[in-house]
Design a protein. Structure first.
Length: 390
C-alpha cells in the first residue's frame, strides 16, 4: 500500500487534521487488532479519498459517517438535504453513503439516480442535466457480512426525492410541487436493489476497515470504468473473489502508518503539502486493485445475464422476496434473449465447448477360445447373483 515518505522528528501527540476532522493518538488506538474503528478515522480517510477523486466534472461523492444517521431521524431529512450546501449530490453518478446500523458498518451505493429522476420529471430537458444514459440506475447494498439492508432502502429513496425537490427549487424549474411519498415509492419499485456479493469479514470487529477498503478500491478511476461496463454482473457475481479478506484487515496498520506520516508532513510543511503527498502516493497504485476481468465470460453471456436480471425476482428487495433466494441460472434462460452491449475490453477468450467423452468400448472376443470363455462367463453371472441373494 502507498505511504508518504518519513519525515524526521519525534511526536508526542498525533493530530492529523483534514476537513475539520482531527485524528489524535487516542483515535489511532482504535486501529489496533480487535478494536472497532471510530468515526474520526473513518471520516478522515473518507476526506482523503474525496481529495483523490477531485477533478473537474467528478462523478464520485462519499458522504460522512453522520449523514445517514441524520437522514433516518424524524426531523433530520431536511437537515440532511442541507448538509452539503452548494453541492448537487444527485449530479454525482457514484454516490456512496456509509451506514452504521446495529453496531455494524456497511455501505449503500446509489448509481446514476439522476437519470431516473430526469425520466420521471416533466420538462426535464430544459434543465440541461449532465446524465450518463449508458449506465442503468440502481442501488447496491455493500456489506461485509452480506446483509441485505433492505429496511434502509426506503430511507435512501425518500432522501433522493426530497433532495431532488430542493434542487428543482434552486434551479427555478417549473415543476417543484412533487408528491415526495409517491415518487419515493415509485423510485423504490423502479430501481433494482442489489446485494453485492463481495469478500466477507472473518471476525466480528473488522466491518469498519472493510468499509474503508471497499471505498478505497471502488473509487479508483480504473474501478469505476470497469464496473460501469456491467454493474449488475459485477455486484452480483464478479466481485466475489475480488481480494483476500486479510487485505482489508491489514488496512489497520496501513491507516496507522499513513495518518502518522501525513501528520509529520503536515507539521513540517503544512496541510496542502500533506494532501499533495497523499495524492502522489495514490498515483502509484491507482490501477493496482481494479475489479477482476470478466474471465471467460463472452459478450453474449454478459448481455444475457444483464437482460435476465431485469426480470429476476431475487434482485428485488421487497419484503415478499427471501434474501437467500438463488439467482436465476444462465442455463435456465431462453437462448434467444440477447441484446447489444458495449464492447468489453477486458474479456479473455470465449468459453470453449466441453467435448463429450467417448463411451467405453467393450472388447469383443477374437479367437474361438476367447469366445468360448466369454460365453461361459455370461452363463455364470446369473448363478453367482442368485447365490449372493440367498
Amino acid at each position: 500500500m502507498p505511504h508518504c515518505p518519513q519525515v524526521d522528528g519525534g511526536m508526542k501527540e498525533v493530530g492529523f487534521v483534514i476537513d475539520g476532522f482531527e485524528v489524535k493518538k487516542a483515535d489511532l488506538l482504535t486501529l489496533a487488532n480487535g478494536a472497532y474503528v471510530n468515526d474520526q478515522i473513518i471520516n478522515a480517510y473518507i476526506s482523503l479519498l474525496m481529495r483523490r477523486c477531485e477533478s473537474p466534472g467528478g462523478d464520485i461523492f462519499i458522504a460522512g459517517t453522520q449523514f445517514f444517521t441524520k437522514m433516518r431521524q424524524a426531523k433530520g431529512l431536511e437537515q440532511a438535504c442541507r448538509w452539503y450546501k452548494g453541492r448537487k449530490l444527485l449530479n454525482y453518478r457514484w454516490l456512496f453513503i456509509p451506514v452504521h446500523n446495529d453496531s455494524h458498518w456497511s455501505l449503500i451505493l446509489v448509481l446514476n439516480a439522476l437519470e431516473w429522476l430526469r425520466q420521471n420529471t416533466p420538462d426535464s430537458d430544459a434543465l440541461n442535466l449532465r446524465t450518463r444514459k449508458g449506465v442503468a440506475p440502481l442501488i447496491v447494498s455493500i456489506d461485509s457480512m452480506r446483509r441485505s439492508n433492505k429496511a434502509l432502502i426506503p430511507i435512501v429513496c425518500k432522501f433522493i426525492v426530497t433532495k431532488w425537490q430542493r434542487e428543482l427549487v434552486d434551479m427555478k424549474h417549473t415543476t417543484t410541487d412533487i408528491d415526495i411519498d409517491a415518487l419515493s415509492q415509485k423510485l423504490r419499485s423502479d430501481l433494482p436493489v442489489l446485494r453485492a456479493d463481495v469478500p466477507k469479514q472473518e471476525n466480528s470487529y473488522d466491518c469498519g476497515v472493510f468499509l474503508l477498503h471497499y471505498l478505497d478500491l471502488l473509487t479508483r478511476q480504473g474501478s469505476t470504468r470497469v464496473l460501469e461496463v456491467a454493474p449488475r454482473y459485477y455486484f452480483r457475481e464478479g466481485l466475489r473473489n475480488w481480494f483476500p479478506p486479510k487485505d482489508a484487515s491489514r488496512k489497520r496498520s496501513y491507516l496507522r502508518e499513513l495518518l502518522t506520516n501525513l501528520k509529520k508532513v503536515q507539521a513540517a510543511s503544512g496541510v496542502e503539502e500533506s494532501i499533495v503527498c497523499w495524492k502522489e502516493s495514490c498515483a502509484e497504485e491507482e490501477h493496482g486493485a481494479c475489479p477482476p476481468s470478466l474471465g471467460t465470460k463472452t459478450v453474449q453471456e454478459i448481455s444475457l445475464w444483464e437482460e435476465c436480471s431485469d426480470d429476476d425476482s431475487s434482485v428485488s428487495m421487497s419484503p415478499s422476496v427471501s434474501d437467500d433466494e438463488p439467482m436465476r441460472s444462465l442455463l435456465d434462460t431462453p437462448t434467444n434473449i440477447v441484446r447489444t452491449a458495449a464492447p468489453l475490453v477486458l474479456l479473455s477468450e470465449p468459453l470453449k465447448k466441453k467435448r463429450k467423452k467417448p463411451a467405453a468400448k467393450t472388447s469383443k472376443p477374437k479367437t474361438p477360445r476367447e469366445k468360448e470363455e466369454h460365453d461361459e462367463d455370461r452363463e455364470e453371472r446369473p448363478e453367482k447373483a442368485s447365490r449372493e441373494r440367498e
